[in-house]
Design a protein around this ligand. Sequence first.
Ligand SMILES: [Zn+2]
Length: 686
Amino acid sequence: MKVKNLMMVSAIGITTMIYSCKSDNKQGTAPDAENFEVVCDEFADLEILRYQIPGFEELTPKQKELAYYLYEAANSGRDIIYDQKYKQNLTIRRTLEAIFNSYTGEKNDTDWKAFETYAKRVWFSNGIHHHYSNLKFIPECTVDYFKGIVKASDESLLPLDGRTVDVFLAEMLPIIFDPNVDAKIVNLASGIDNVKASVNNFYEGVTQGEVESYYASKMKKDDAQPISWGLNSKMIKENGVVVEKVWKIGGMYSSAIEKIVYWLEKAVTVAENEKQQKALSLLVSYYKTGDLKTWDEYNIAWVADVDSRLDVVNGFIEVYGDAIGKRASFESVVSMKDMEATKRIAAIAKEAQWFEDNSPIAAEHKKKEVKGITAKVITVIQEAGDAAPSTPIGINLPNANWIRQQHGSKSVSLSNIVRSYNIVSAKSPMLKEFAENEAQIERAKKYGALAGDLHTDMHEVIGHASGQINKGVGDPDLTLKNYASTLEEARADLVALYYVLDPKLIEMGVMPSLDCGKAEFDGYIMNGLITQLTRLNIGENLEEAHMRNRQLNAKWAYEMGKKDNVIEFVKRGDKTYVRVNDYDKLRSLFGQLLKEIQRIKSEGDYLAATALVEGYGVKVDQALLREVKARFVKLNVAAYKGFIQPKLTPVMEGNVMIDVKVEYPNDFKANQLELGKKYSFLPNKN
Ligand SMILES: [Zn+2]
């Protein structure tokens, strides 16, 4: 599971000099921490940032070598996420690359600029659908202009697959320019066939009913160690029969997976210890066989490896991209332990049993024994696939509930990513525009960054890890289906919210004052009811699981606390604000909702899940949305942020790697074109 950035509100505080990337500094130098340029590029609703890898120099040559192999393994899967999201994405990306690499015409006019913006958006979203809203976006240059630059490009570079350029264009133009063709990657609307209505490349020619009955027949009742069926395959119909095309060596995506395995096998030879070596070896064998039992064994071995300084997530991990939550997107995060910051999260992990025992959930839904939650703060070295350029700020894995219960889980917070966000947030005008009063602003400035860190820590360490499912009730993806992700995120957020106002945190020495908790409440409510709307277009409702969960939590608490005026909408002029009047009552409302959502998960109550998510988490007040958008546009702030990844290069002495050099590229376009050249392993169609 992932935690995404709440954006601006909860992270205000660190002030550092930021120089604009537009100044002509040398590409790829390694700047010192003080003068490091965080912001690199801005286009559409996006901002491109960079992060540094503090501490990399402390690693031993062998650890650096390991980091390098894992870095290559991560990037080797880059094509996979494009193809998983939509089967035309690789063809389109390669068309854009062909234009950049061969078109020599005019590049100063508005049409070219519009084309370039489109290309950057495609790179940012790993495809032609918006990374957050899942809706297709359209180039702002004309169709004729696009046609012209394709025709003026080197034909041999175009992904024609045997077609003439004219036939190719006739087929591709509607896919790129017609908003009604394949409009939405994931469609979570209720009462429809969510599989058919989603255009991701996880299914072809099958209905949701066929998918569900296929897996129902595989599932063993009361299986204590259920396999994550469907996690690593595409499902299609062949000669009238439903079959899986497994992502493995010799199967679908083989040519990219072979490269991943090539680098992982090198990583095995320089692993830090036996546990890490065992985990990496199991991962290799999983990629070779596609056997999901091996995947579970790998995860168990991975959870057991807690002593290594370096760590990696690499595989088909998160299921947000599949409307029915079975098939997982490729992603990789290569990291090293942040020794200092790990102390804070470790303090929370140490008290995990106390938090579980004192939770407002029903006694029968509590874990009697919270097992092995390993929490640490990591410094990211490289992200790829679904984790880049848009990145989570926290990760909690593995996702299989039974492994979490029987073997524990690893929970991490991504410190250098958060630091870059904080640097940018410190300059954001959002708080001044949307905060209701000076006290909110003061608290946010004083405690916002820490409050955000504590929320993330608790969301991951004691949030996702808490509670248990009743005996005989299936996993939430089976019982709660399209609402499973939203409710799981809501649950983890509620645990964090409930405890962020608990004096226990002060006692533990991780929070200086309850005002820090209040800052988190202010920020969460403001974001859930107002500021996250800046991410939507007029007319839209909420789709994305994290956004749904935040509105669900905030709106439910608003409605339930209405009679006591716990949360109040304040109107000044034509501007709407929101204020928390009673923090203690709000805390107890969060506790009640947590109890109910845990009950829904524990009992697999789909009807209650539907009522809760559809009732509070989906619909948006369009008048408020119009107002918020108008205020937001004036601020000139990008709604979403993502990152250019650092570049690692080995330093060789003969056959021996004696060092690894880190560079921080600052040109998003050049960086993406380079990745496209170096890691293009899959055919256009898979
Ligand atoms: Zn989460």
